[in-house]
Design a protein around this ligand. Sequence first.
Ligand code: CMP
Length: 139
Amino acid sequence: MTGDFTFSIIKPNAVRTGKAGPILSMINEGGFEISAMRMVRMTQQQAESFYVVHKGKPFFESLIEFMISGPVIVMLLKRENAVEEFRKLIGATDPSKAEQGTIRKTFAVSVQMNAVHGSDTVENAHREANFFFPEKDRF
Ligand code: CMP
């Protein structure tokens, strides 16, 4: 299994407030190529299945409600060592702990509304990529 791509979501609050463009610029400037991209409004079932690892956690229901509250942009991003490099570019899940210059430090408004999702492992990048993009739709 290679680590040359990762999966990301620009979350509903960031799309709604016009931050998708600036976030995409930061992604490109960070050395990532967009290999697939689509705007989608997730169903409750899709969101619950995507975030199944968090099922049972206290924030799960509100996370699902938030993630289906509007369209999101789902993407496959290519770069060497993509999972780890993308996590550096986005910064910590909690924006108050994210480093200056990271996407979350710049655009997140809370832990939940943290602007972007990025896969946390190579295995999850594969699982999450397959969730939205069949191989034939990748460039
Ligand atoms: P994400 O990278 O999309 O992966 C799971 C999401 O759950 C995470 O970003 C946050 O938006 C959310 N999350 C994680 N921990 C908490 C928390 N303690 N409170 C609220 N939301 C959380």
